[in-house]
Design a protein. Sequence first.
Length: 473
Amino acid sequence: MNPSRRAFMASATALALSGYALRAQAAANGFIDGPARNEVFGYGPMVKDPYGVLDLPEGFSYRVVSQAGETMNDGLMTPDKFDGMGCFPLDDDRVILVRNHEVDADEFNLSAWGTAHRLADDIDRSKVYGVYPDPDGGVYPLGGGTTTLVYNLKTGKLERSHLSLAGTATNCAGGKTPWGSWLSCEESLAGIKDGLPQDHGWVFEVPANATGLVEPKPIKAMGRFKHEAACIDPRTGVVYLTEDVENSLFYRYLPVDPRHLDRGGKLQALAIVDQPSADTRNWDSVMWSQGQKRTTRWITLSNVESPEGDLNLRGHAAGAAFFARGEGIHWAEDHLYFTCTSGGVGRHGQIMRYVPSPREGAHDEALQPGQIELFVEATDRAVLDYIDNITIAPNGHVIGCEDRKIGTNHIKGVMPDGRIYTIARNAEPHDSDDTNSELAGVCFSPEGKTMFVNIYSPGVTLAITGPWENFRV
């Protein structure tokens, strides 16, 4: 080896050893964790789960609450594809979970009816919203909807579960109301044009205290589109809605009666002042950067029942802004956060923060308009990638579930200053190009000591406890 080559190799070896030492030190400090990179320590590095379900930091543990395929108390099967979920207080020891099932119109064997629809006649058909004609001549309920679970925080036991919304399609996420119900959202535009006897793409309200199937009444004034999630400003009753398409709008619903959403209201889409038909996605050109804010206005939409499924396109043509797959949304004190799963220059995801006007929805709102901020734009998929469902932790941090296209999905925390850390890791695979199931439905018990989360499919609901007070920057 000639001297220059030997010097180069020595230098490269020294750099490699230096890099190894830095990575080892970072790992020891908890800032590098397998495929994830943390911007703060958080709760520390993940400990591998010997059961291969969910990796958690030291001191944290989980209990399995519910699994797809189990028989519920109503005799039906627990449907698969666990997605959005809300947690409600029942008494001092128990909570109610209302959980979505994102079962598509043609995924018959994943529904509550079991294989070959063997349980489909065991329910009250008057409480079924949508059906499909089967080639064998039968007419069967669609498999989407919600299940309701009663979980005892003190004993760590599931006490009962039942189907609570039936005959809907692709129930993705939703949101809690201040009066104790769950808004379950259909992420589907299946309908009459596809050979079904009814259109889909609606929001349905499910009271948390319902002990059986609820009347499946679509809130059509909230619009027909690929609904993802919803949240309500408890001060005003305004409902905010996200849409899971790559050219989505961000919506608000001004109800006539905030306590009775099905009595009608006005549906509007967010626009940016002085930037008509803005594109917030930063794909083809960069409109804004992390931390920047824009003043907003709202455009009233027409023909919101949208038989053509083109509400987003008509809204954008009228001046509404495009967002990149609006998904999780959650209210936080005097503002809200929502995610744009594929937003950003690298398409790894964005989190928006919207601060409503003090006169939100009033005729003089323009005097004090609302503000939207690009709160986080992911630039490194090892830090954050495809953030989907979110909630707000008791400490005010945004907690989000990844729905990554490749590799391992995580639950991530985002501090108020935008720094990100890992809370949990779907246990397998860590180093493969295959993707494990997404995580979804994250929510906290009312006292803030238990975090619930779903593994999407095969569906599993977990209850996570641990030293939440031990967060470290």
